[in-house]
Design a protein around this ligand. Structure first.
Ligand code: FEO
Length: 394
């Protein structure tokens, strides 16, 4: 069993998923993840905050057995997504007297997703409280982190914020609290880039809202608990508020080497001009690493060869993902080569509808790059460096 006590009467009873390697059939999880669930036993009532992904429901119920939990009065559902809500039906089977506490919007989603009966719900408005006797939960609606129905809850007496996906990290570890802030920083940034970044404006609003709370612990629904909450609050603040960095993200795909030759030249030219670069070969790249780079890159340069008159599908996929994640990119360009023609430039620039970056002159050439093409790449590097300087990107 994997239960761990946070404080007397407050236990982490969720599941560590050491072996999971893909989330949403999209997101690589190099370090696994966890589905955190928290049991709060007040002097009068008992609440379970969130459940676990259904394939691991026996870990949750085993932990509850272990703690000899005979009654659960409330199942707090912060978020309807299945990795947290999916085991609610099992909990209701085992504890039929429990009420599911959630936002009105979440109630509708849980009915759609889990076919729960109307009668099991107790909806709460923003700011409502729920007494467990000697412990009080306050519900804070936090829409769009990252679904519209989400809320977080604050345990007043113990100053614990149960934040669900907000501030989460995909990281399996046996210890309850953060052990290595550098490791968690990368996991949390991967999580932010892939899940939270499209909702940066909403995240800002919710961050502002939390400023008035005294928070000693942040207990998210993925990854370790933060016993130094300022660490993750500062990280989020920089990801949400800061200007992008003096950084070019350069994902590329090359079939016969000419595009790669252009990539190598451009990367060298950027480095010479003091611009940082993150280069990814799209045939092997981890999309999570690209999402991390998107959090703070100012410029995207896509390197792509031409396939059947357009961009290579791997390049199109990377741009589709980048556009969906709505990063704070300011500039974009395309480099690559073609054999006899194609519509790659129009295709790729037409895909950047959410981001609308300033498109810098592409360097898209026929055949292998020659001297004039390398000069064009130098010119592109110079333009990028100048744009970054003008905007004060560090
Ligand atoms: Fe961890 Fe949005 O579910």
């Amino acid at each position: 069993m994997t239960r761990l006590q946070i404080k007397p009467g407050i236990d982490a009873v969720g599941a560590i998923d050491w072996d999971r390697r893909l989330f949403d059939s999209l997101i690589p999880l190099p370090d696994g993840t966890s589905y955190n669930s928290y049991l709060i036993r007040g002097s009068e009532k008992t609440a379970l905050i969130d459940t676990v992904d259904p394939p691991m429901d026996m870990v949750l119920t085993g932990n509850l057995d272990d703690l000899k939990v005979e009654q659960i009065d409330y199942v707090i559902c912060n978020h309807a997504e299945q990795d947290h809500a999916g085991s609610i039906p099992l909990i209701l089977d085992l504890y039929p007297e429990a009420k599911v506490v959630c936002t009105p919007k979440c109630k509708g989603m849980l009915i759609d997703l889990l076919h729960l009966d109307e009668g099991v719900f107790m909806t709460v408005d923003d700011g409502d409280t729920l007494s467990l006797g000697n412990k009080t939960l306050e519900f804070i609606h936090a829409p769009w982190v990252h679904w519209p129905e989400t809320m977080v809850c604050y345990l007043r007496e113990d100053k614990i914020l149960f934040s669900c996906d907000f501030f989460g990290s995909h990281l399996a570890q046996s210890a309850l609290y953060v052990q290595d802030e550098c490791q968690v920083y990368e996991s949390a940034k991967r999580y932010f880039g892939e899940i939270m970044m499209p909702f940066r404006a909403n995240i800002k609003k919710n961050m502002e809202r939390l400023k008035s709370y005294s928070i000693e612990l942040i207990a998210p629904s993925h990854g370790p608990v933060y016993d130094r909450p300022q660490f993750i609050l500062d990280a989020y603040r920089s990801w949400v508020y800061d200007e992008p960095r003096n950084m070019v993200l350069l994902p590329y795909v090359s079939m016969h080497g000419s595009t790669k030759e252009m990539v190598d030249h451009l990367v060298g030219a950027l480095i010479e001009r003091g611009v940082n670069v993150r280069q990814f070969d799209l045939t092997v790249a981890d999309p999570g690493k690209i999402a991390i780079a998107l959090v703070d890159s100012a410029t995207l340069v896509l390197g792509t060869c031409t396939v059947l008159g357009g961009a290579h599908p791997l390049a199109a996929n990377a741009v589709f993902l980048a556009n969906a994640l709505r990063p704070n990119l300011k500039f974009a360009s395309i480099i690559g080569s073609f054999g006899w023609g194609g519509r790659t430039i129009e295709q790729i620039t037409g895909m950047l509808t959410n981001i609308k970056p300033e498109v810098l002159p592409p360097v898209y050439i026929k055949g292998n790059p020659a001297e004039a093409d390398f000069a064009s790449l130098d010119s592109l590097a110079e333009t990028i460096a100048q744009k970054h300087r003008e905007n004060g990107y560090k």
